[in-house]
Design a protein around this ligand. Structure first.
Ligand code: UTP
Length: 475
């Protein structure tokens, strides 16, 4: 019996090898490889506490919790504009010195969108239907040109979309980026277990595995050697964003400047929540720790509380845009500091499995637990975390669902509204409805302008200015 099989037997997970003897050599190796990648002690510890309690409803938490501090936008609280200018300058210096890498987490399964393929390959721009990956690539290329050096871009995939993601970039010639500027690595996986903590099989030689959550990016950055590559290239700041948000400023100098000025290990952007029950996590403070409380964990009395000005007290919505110090990622992701580990969240899900007779079963009710780490759980471990406010319309419009809120349609409209604002601020006459949506659909490439200011200067430099007609693309 192989060592790995013995280990599984000893840990009460021997059933994983139930069909082993009838497998081909290739299938045996594949099953052993999957089994070896799983930390059985970790699974045992996690299943011992199945259905973890968030702890946010305890009276101790409620007594100590406060809204987290943040740097407000000038337009909201009249903060000294010089602070933003100073931060912008500092961030630009860091970019010119080559200290920053872009980092996209693209390992999710995208079940809600229901698109067949890596989410980053999904077409979202209004006219050309450029993919999410192309939009980010062009933003990174634009920043690389502005700051005079190629900004490296790390992309985390999952086992199931890794090859398709790389093929997509190859077919599209890396969208103008150089080949060595883009680096891919795959995130870790976790097995699904049943209510008794037994690992499920998805096939006779296949463990039911799924990605370990966006929080898995910290250990994947370390395991894959990405942080060592960054160190060798002189990069100490990682600009983190998710694959589903075409509006994100992949590289934002002012954000980087605030991060540096605050000597922060992990910085975050917030948007003011649109309404009390909006489904976004909220930045809070408990004792000397900053944390994100998920919307489902935030008691109603807190979600609805208002301050003296009638504004929501807990208004700082988390939009999954962060800056990580590379050293901090190494500290958390290497797992050497046992006191700084991201917790696993449990999700009760329907997971197809093979029963002990080798029959495939598709459950109609949740039958299994999946384990995921969330990246914002790193916040309480960070020294001097900084949170800055950003304008939602300039940074956040995710594509999560097939229709309705946070869908391709809502995101397309938000892109159009941004283009219309930029055009109007450059003096172009644009007709819009009361929500700011232009009556003429047009598109601005990030390479033409990735901010209102840069759009205005490219527009100003055009000798023959085109009419703003339906389908116009400014590249
Ligand atoms: P979501 O929480 O929206 O999950 O991920 P998802 O898997 O993309 O979509 P659903 O819930 O199945 O519909 C937010 C971001 O985190 C990444 C996603 O790719 C997306 O950029 N992510 C999520 C990972 O990289 N790995 C994961 O294990 C989970």
């Amino acid at each position: 019996m192989s060592e790995i099989r013995k280990l599984y037997e000893a840990n009460g997970q021997g059933h994983v090898f139930e069909f082993y003897d009838a497998l081909t050599d290739e299938e045996k190796t594949s099953l052993e490889d999957q089994a070896s990648a799983i930390d059985l002690d970790e699974i045992a510890a996690l299943t011992a506490t199945l259905i973890q309690n968030s702890g946010y409803e305890t009276s101790e938490f409620l007594e100590t919790v406060e809204p987290a501090d943040y740097v407000p936008l000038e337009k909201n609280e009249g903060v000294d504009p010089a602070r933003w200018v100073k931060a912008q300058t500092k961030g630009e210096e860091a970019l010119r010195a080559g200290r920053v890498a872009a980092f996209t987490v693209a390992g999710g399964q995208g079940t809600r969108l229901g698109f067949n393929g890596p989410k980053g390959t999904f077409g979202v721009s209004p006219i050309l239907k450029k993919s999410l990956f192309q939009i980010f690539a062009e933003k990174i290329l634009a920043s690389s040109r502005i700051f005079g050096r190629p900004i490296p871009w790390f992309i985390m995939t999952s086992q199931s979309n890794h090859d398709d993601t790389i093929n997509f970039f190859e077919e599209n010639h890396y969208f103008g980026l150089s080949l060595d500027q883009v680096k891919f690595f795959s995130q870790g996986v976790m097995p699904a277990v049943n209510g008794e903590g037994k690992i499920l099989l998805a096939g006779k030689n296949q463990i039911a595995l799924s990605p370990d959550g966006h929080g898995g990016s910290l250990r994947a950055l370390v395991r894959s050697g990405a942080t060592r590559q960054m160190e060798a290239a002189g990069i100490d700041i990682i600009s983190y964003f998710q694959v589903d948000n075409p509006l994100v400023r992949c590289i934002d100098p002012a954000f980087i400047g605030f991060h540096l000025e605050g000597n922060s290990e992990l910085s975050s952007k917030m948007v003011t929540k649109a309404y009390a029950s909006e489904k976004v996590g909220v930045f809070c403070q408990s004792g000397n720790k900053t944390l994100v409380v998920e919307y489902s964990d935030l008691p109603n009395e807190l979600a609805e509380a208002t301050d003296a000005n009638g504004k929501l007290l807990y208004r700082s919505g988390s939009i999954a845009i962060h800056l990580f110090n590379r050293d901090f990622v190494d500290r958390l992701g290497s797992g050497t500091d046992k006191s700084a580990q991201l917790p696993f969240h449990l999700a009760h899900k329907k997971v197809p499995f093979v029963d002990s007779n080798g029959k495939k079963k598709t459950p109609e009710a949740p039958n299994a637990y999946k384990f995921e780490m969330f990246v914002f759980d790193a916040l309480p471990f960070a020294n001097n975390p900084v949170i800055i406010e950003t304008a939602r319309e300039d940074d956040f419009s995710p594509v999560k669902n097939a229709e309705g809120i946070d869908s391709a349609q809502s995101s397309r409209d938000d892109q159009l509204r941004q283009f219309a604002r930029w055009a109007a601020s450059a003096g172009i006459k644009v007709e819009t409805n009361e929500s700011g949506l232009p009556s003429t659909a047009f598109e601005i490439s990030p390479l033409f302008g990735d901010t209102a200011g840069r759009f205005a200067s490219s527009w100003g430099a055009l000798e023959n200015k085109p009419e703003l007609t339906e389908g116009l693309v400014l590249v």
